[in-house]
Design a protein around this ligand. Sequence first.
Ligand code: DGP
Ligand code: NA
Ligand code: NA
Length: 215
Amino acid sequence: HAGHELTRRGALLVVEGLDRAGKSSQCEKLGDYLSQQGHTVKYIRFPDRTTPIGKLIDSYLRGSTNQEDHSIHLLFSANRWEIAKSIQEDISNGITIIVDRYSYSGAVYSAAKANPTLSLEWAWQPEIGLPRPDLCLFLSISAEEAAKRGGYGAERYENETMQTRVRELFRSLFNRQEDVAIINAGKSLKEVSKDIQVAVSKCVERLNVIGPLRV
Ligand code: DGP
Ligand code: NA
Ligand code: NA
């Protein structure tokens, strides 16, 4: 009956990668593509610098304030938790959400610091229980490609030592995560967006069919 159809849930799609991997442009292109396919799309990014916690993070990233490593890590995580409920609601209401950075950046950037009590395992713990992405697209660029794109910004973490460690940690994290598509982001903008569309289409199709019982 009209008005009684179930709303198909939206998908939670995350785009991850190093600074300058092309995340923002690709998020935008993916949004356009999915809208054309008839999806209702929302774009969000972490850290969300607009909330009170986000403002503390912003001032830390700009270097205006310092924070103890574990303490700032927990604030980054809290910044995801404070938005978790609205993500859940949007997804239930049929909205597909594209997220620029999520728990993966969260764990990896903190663990990349030379702090012996801040391991990847430790950093991952506060993320447990957040909405699980249907797909994480990891935009992978080599150190050489990154160097070619040049120019680090002025924010904390935007230096070669940090980015090298971040790259290694992303790899070890994604080796043990499900639902990750590694995208070669060294190609042209157009080729990369095509590869992303293929991976996302497969994921979205999967959401609509019942899976087979396995051995
Ligand atoms: P962006 O606004 O995308 O440039 O991200 C800001 C920076 O913050 C970027 O270098 C990645 C880093 N970052 C994102 N999430 C977290 C987090 O949860 N913990 C830490 N330590 N860094 C993060
Ligand atoms: Na950045
Ligand atoms: Na940055």
